[in-house]
Design a protein around this ligand. Structure first.
Ligand SMILES: [Zn+2]
Length: 187
C-alpha cells in the first residue's frame, strides 16, 4: 500500500516536516491585528470554565466530528477504529452499555492524547478510562474501577524511570562480578 494511502487509512505515524509553519503564523498575525473583525477574533475569555464551555459547545456541533458511532452490526466485539480522520466506535447491541461505550471512547481519547504508538490497553488507556469514568459516571464508579485495576495489577501510570546509578553502586557491582568470575574459574 502506498504511504499516502496508508496514512489516510491508519493515520500518519511520522509527522511530516512543518515546512509552512512561519507562513501560517504570519497569516494568523495579520488575521488578528489587521482584521476589521478585530473585536471578534480577539475576544478574551475570563477563566478556564468559560473556555471549557466554549470548546465543548464547538465540539457538540455536528460538523466537528472526532468520533462517529456505528451500529457494529454483525460484529462479535465492540471496537474503536481510526479511519479517514475520525474514530469510529462500533457498538453491537450487547455493547451498548455505558461502561462499554466509555471503554471504546477511552480508546479514541487515548489515541488522540498519546498518539498511535502506544499499546491498546496500556497504562495510557487505563489512565484515560479512569479519568473518563470519574468525569462521566462519578466518584463511586471511579473508585470501584480503580480498585479492580489495582487488584488485577493493571498499570495506570508510566513506569517510574530508574535514577541513574551512582559511582559507588557501579563499583560495588563490578566487585561482585569480579568475585563471581574468580569463583567460576576455581570450579
Ligand atoms: Zn479495548
Amino acid at each position: 500500500m502506498p504511504q499516502t494511502q496508508f496514512n489516510l487509512l491508519f493515520g500518519s505515524r511520522q509527522p511530516a516536516r512543518d515546512s509552512q509553519r512561519s507562513k501560517v503564523y504570519s497569516a494568523e498575525a495579520s488575521f488578528l491585528y489587521r482584521s476589521t473583525l478585530v473585536g471578534v477574533v480577539n475576544k478574551r475569555f475570563k477563566g478556564i470554565g468559560e473556555i471549557e464551555s466554549y470548546v465543548w459547545a464547538i465540539l457538540r456541533r455536528a460538523y466537528v466530528k472526532i468520533v462517529t458511532i456505528y451500529s457494529g452490526q454483525g460484529r462479535r466485539v465492540a471496537c474503536c477504529e481510526f479511519r479517514l480522520g475520525e474514530y469510529r466506535l462500533k457498538l453491537p447491541v450487547w455493547a451498548r452499555t455505558e461502561a462499554t461505550i466509555l471503554h471504546e471512547l477511552a480508546h479514541a481519547l487515548t489515541d488522540f492524547k498519546y498518539g498511535r504508538n502506544v499499546a491498546g490497553h496500556g497504562w495510557e488507556f487505563a489512565n484515560t478510562y479512569l479519568l473518563l469514568v470519574r468525569n462521566v459516571m462519578g466518584a463511586e464508579a471511579h473508585a470501584l474501577l480503580k480498585a479492580e485495576y489495582k487488584a488485577k495489577k493493571v498499570r495506570t501510570k508510566a513506569k517510574a524511570t530508574r535514577p541513574p546509578m551512582s559511582d559507588e553502586r557501579k563499583a560495588a557491582l563490578r566487585a561482585q562480578l569480579a568475585v563471581a568470575r574468580a569463583a567460576k574459574v576455581k570450579s
